[in-house]
Every structure is written in C-alpha cells, then in structure tokens.
Design a protein around this ligand. Structure first.
Ligand code: HEC
Ligand code: HEC
Length: 267
C-alpha cells in the first residue's frame, strides 16, 4: 500500500501510560509532587497489569453454550444500569464514546456485548491496563445485568466517529480488504463476518460501524501481538497478523466513518 501511514494511530495510544507519562508531564512547581503521586497511584491501581493468572478464550462449544443461556434482556433496566454503574462516564450517555480513548458501544450486537462483559469478569479479556478498568467495572454485574445492558446498547444507533485526514488510496485499500479480502494472504473479506455495512454478523460477531479509531486500532494490535485472546476461533489473531500497520489504520478509518452522521460533528 502506497498511502502515507498515520503516525501514532497504531503505535502510540494517546492515553497516559503510567509511570513514564506521570514523570514526563508533571509540572515543576509546588503542585508537582501531589500530581506526580496521584498519577503514580492511578497508574498502579487502574493501569498496572493485574497479576491474576490469565484464562484462555472460550472454546467454540463453550461460546455456543454461553450464548444459548443468555437471559432475555430488558432494555429499560439496561438504561438505568448504564448510568448507575458509570458505564456512561467512559462510553458516553448514548453509548457513543466521547474520545478515541474508549470504545463506542451503540448499535453493538447484544450477544457480543454480553460475551465481552463475561470475558472481562472471568479474566478472559485482560489485554492491558485498560481491560483491567473493565474488569473492575463489571465485577458486581449479574448475568441478567449484562443481558440488560447488552440489549439496551444494541438498540442505540451507531454514530460515525471522527477520523484523521486520509487519502483516496487509503479508502480504496480498506474497501478491497473489507469486500474482497486477499486470497494471496488467505484473508477472508471482513464483510463476510462483520456485515457489508459493519453492522455485525452471526452470534457474537461484533458490529464495527462507528467504532472509534483508537479502540479499533488497539483491538487489532492486541490480537496481532497475542495480548487479546478472546476470539473463540482464533480468526482475528490470524487475520490481524497478515495485515500491515498501514492497512489496520485504513480499516479503522473505514469502519469509524460508518454509522449515522451527527449534526455538527467532524466526520
Ligand atoms: C473507567 C472507564 C470505563 C468504565 C467505567 C466502563 N468501561 Fe467499558 N471499556 C473501557 C475500556 C478502556 C475498554 C477497552 C476498549 C478500549 O481499548 O477502548 C472498554 C471496553 C468495553 C467493552 C468491549 C468493547 C469492545 O468493542 O470490545 C464493553 C462491552 C464495555 N466496555 C461495556 C461497559 C459497561 C457495560 C460498563 C458499565 C458496567 C463499562 N463498560 C464501564 C472503559 C470503561
Ligand atoms: C471469520 C469471521 C471473521 C472475519 C473474516 C473477520 N472477523 Fe473480525 N471478528 C470476528 C469475531 C468472531 C470477533 C469477536 C472475537 C472476540 O470475541 O474477541 C471479531 C472481532 C473483531 C474486532 C474487535 C471488535 C471490538 O469491538 O473489540 C475488530 C476490530 C475486527 N474483528 C476487525 C476485523 C477486520 C478489519 C477484518 C478484515 C480484515 C475482520 N475483522 C475479519 C470475526 C471475523
């Protein structure tokens, strides 16, 4: 692919990364010590990788059984939980993440959200310190709570996320991977599983429409580098390894653009 990569998109999360960022940015005045200590404490609690042993992904049969036993969700109850459990504070009141630091959840398939929440609760998703934030957030949820939240979020409309400027070649490269895949690399078209408009596919195959560039890129890199092992069939771990960083950036932009346009928002 010829188009220019987007420096930073794939490699440098715009999120404070614990110790180094605290030291680097602490201003040199009286408040510095307080800020620094607060930063370090935050880094060590929320962002430090948990030491608990890591569980492997659900196998295909376990995944089927888990989805088959998902309780029927109540969207109205889910709406209340979304606020009372502070989900809205990171993922947005309407499930649309306010920045690329977080994932958008609006319009996500209920089965995938349900599975993801269980994966966090059981430690199956523990790819980095961010996943640990989620592990804490879901600790006290029952399966019924998870189903209610998932049903509520699935009903919300996906909204296009902001994207950096990109070239027509970038768009074209993504389009080809999405629609045709690449037989020379045994790449199945993304659309064959995630849907032609990124609306999601069968069972717990997630919607990608309107996902923030940040969350999308992190997911792909986490699969690629083997930190994220939540894909029951190991498909995403394999596909992500066959893609270049530039292609991952292009795909992130492609999917972020899908979804409803919000008035006044920069697409
Ligand atoms: C402190 C911030 C924070 C809170 C509170 C929070 N989340 Fe998250 N959530 C995250 C982060 C960070 C991720 C990891 C994705 C990423 O890299 O952006 C995530 C991921 C998820 C995912 C997986 C998304 C995906 O596409 O794979 C779901 C589902 C989710 N959160 C639901 C919830 C629900 C439901 C609640 C409330 C019970 C909640 N979150 C509370 C920060 C938060
Ligand atoms: C064979 C079916 C299949 C194909 C083809 C496929 N995916 Fe996936 N993808 C999945 C499944 C299933 C998951 C959920 C895995 C999990 O639970 O971790 C997933 C997860 C993802 C996620 C994480 C979503 C999130 O919210 O965290 C991203 C991003 C993604 N896929 C992008 C792509 C892209 C881009 C392509 C094409 C290059 C692609 N996928 C091709 C089945 C597929």
């Amino acid at each position: 692919m010829k188009s220019k990569p987007f420096p930073g998109l794939s490699t440098a999360p715009s999120f404070p990364r614990g110790r180094e960022s605290g030291l680097l940015w602490a201003p040199a005045h009286a408040g510095a010590t307080v800020l620094l200590v607060a930063g370090l404490l935050f880094a060590q609690s929320a962002f430090a990788m948990p030491t608990a042993s890591r569980t492997t992904s659900l196998g295909p049969a376990e995944l089927r059984a888990t989805l088959a036993s998902m309780p029927k969700g109540d969207a109205a109850r889910g709406a209340i939980l979304h606020r009372s459990h502070m989900c809205a504070s990171c993922h947005g009141d309407d499930g649309v993440a306010p920045t690329g630091n977080w994932a958008s959840l609006a319009g996500q398939k209920a089965a995938y959200t349900y599975k993801s929440l269980l994966d966090y609760q059981t430690g199956r998703r523990l790819e980095h310190g961010r996943a640990n934030l989620m592990r804490v957030a879901v600790q006290v949820l029952s399966r019924q709570d998870m189903a209610d939240l998932a049903t509520y979020l699935a009903d919300l409309p996906a909204v296009a996320a902001p994207v950096p400027e990109s070239s027509p070649q970038t768009a074209k490269a993504a389009e080809l991977l999405v629609r045709r895949g690449d037989p020379t690399r045994l790449m199945t078209p993304c659309a064959s599983c995630h849907g032609a408009r990124g609306q999601g596919g069968v069972n717990a195959t997630p919607a990608l429409a309107g996902q923030t560039v940040g969350a999308f890129t992190r997911a792909m890199l986490d699969y690629r580098e083997g930190r994220r092992v939540s894909d029951a069939h190991e498909g995403m771990r394999q596909f992500s390894r066959r893609l270049s960083l530039e292609e991952i950036d292009a795909l992130a932009i492609h999917y972020a653009r899908l979804g409803k346009r919000r008035e006044g928002a920069q697409p």
